[in-house]
Design a protein around this ligand. Structure first.
Ligand SMILES: *Cc1c(COP(=O)(O)O)cnc(C)c1O
Ligand code: SF4
Length: 334
């Protein structure tokens, strides 16, 4: 009995926690003391895109608040059923930029690997909600993708994406890092993930060791949309990453009813900095089918960004951008 606590590794903890995530919206609503009628919850919407919310994230929601900004990000809503002009299944042109299965080359010097289709949380506005995933891990395509990067000396930075690349366990992730760092022209590794936010237990000692050990300079880009998402556990996980030589940045999506307010965005930036994370991008919503009810008009967005500049030091103001299919970079709005 006594050894149990010690053999139970951290890694096992996050895997168990993932298994215990909410997969039924009705149960989450019940635990929050809410009903479908309060919130616009529509069960049929999970047919196209699953519901999944780790308990560690759900605990940060306010009970009894139908418009809670965290709940709104994950709850299947009847508005997803409305089709809207200009909204489609591949709004950012990922299919065209697919160099080979699982490898995207859109911008100079950077290659993006789609490691897995899985995420710890399913965000209703996600531009990949309709994307035909071909996760690379465990497939022969991974070696082909790495060979492609190795044969292209213009690539300086590899971006791990998905889905969520930290859904990979520590061992395959460490192995991938070793394969990447053996490519001499690679200087940087970037990881785009929501896991340290929605499930801070994912930041295991083994992950930290692997990140501290690599010769590649590592940047981890989180995806936080609201200050209420950052609790003590997130701050602790973020600080551990920083202490292991990882640079932390954040990208947010501007979302109607979640963070379309200058004071809310300012509070987000301040809270990010408490966790040692610098704001990087504030994205306009990608126009994916089923997410039109989250869209903020461009004129409103520009005005909000202007207000934000009046509230914060320059280093806490994210760049307001829109991803335009075929453009050579994320397009600044102002
Ligand atoms: C967004 C994106 C990047 C990164 O762009 P940055 O402006 O460097 O953050 C790289 N590759 C792809 C395919 C992307 O979609
Ligand atoms: S890819 Fe990111 S935004 Fe999309 S569902 Fe996964 S965690 Fe959410």
């Amino acid at each position: 009995m006594i050894a149990r606590r010690f053999v139970k590794t951290e890694s096992r903890d996050w895997v168990t926690a993932l298994r215990e995530a909410y997969t039924d919206p009705a149960l989450l609503l019940q635990d929050l003391g809410l009903t479908s009628a309060d919130t616009g919850y529509e069960p049929a919407m999970t047919v196209k895109f699953d519901f999944r919310v780790p308990r560690a994230y759900a605990r940060r929601m306010n009970p009894g608040r139908p418009n809670d900004p965290l709940l709104r990000q994950v709850l299947p809503h009847r508005a997803e059923n409305t089709s809207a002009q200009g909204f489609n299944a591949d709004p950012v042109g990922d299919l065209a930029a697919m160099h080979r299965p699982g490898l995207l080359k859109k911008y100079h010097g950077r290659a993006l690997l789609l490691l897995t289709g899985a995420c710890a949380v399913n965000c209703r506005y996600c531009f990949r909600r309709e994307f035909p995933y071909q996760g690379l891990v465990g497939s022969p395509q991974l070696s082909a993708g790495l060979a492609d990067i190795a044969s292209d000396p213009s690539i300086r930075e590899v971006i791990l994406s998905g889905g969520d690349p930290l859904m990979l366990k520590d061992a395959p992730l460490s192995e991938l890092l070793q394969r990447l760092e053996s490519i001499p022209h690679l200087l940087r590794l970037r990881i785009h993930t929501r896991l340290p936010l929605v499930l801070p237990a994912r930041v295991t000692p083994a992950l930290l060791t692997a990140l501290a050990r690599t010769r590649l300079q590592t940047v981890l880009v989180m995806h936080v949309n609201h200050a209420q998402e950052i609790d003590e556990a997130v701050i602790t996980a973020s600080r551990a990453l920083t202490e292991h030589r990882v640079t932390l940045l954040n990208q947010s999506v501007l979302l109607r009813g979640v963070n379309d307010d200058a004071a809310v965005l300012a509070a987000l930036s301040e809270q990010l900095f408490v966790a040692g994370i610098l704001p990087y991008y504030l994205h306009m919503l990608d126009r994916v089918s089923g997410a039109a009810h989250f869209e903020v008009e461009e004129k409103t967005a520009v005005a909000l960004h202007q207000d934000l500049m009046g509230l914060l030091p320059g280093f806490l103001v994210p760049r307001l951008v829109r991803e335009v299919a075929g453009a050579p970079y994320k397009m600044p709005l102002r």
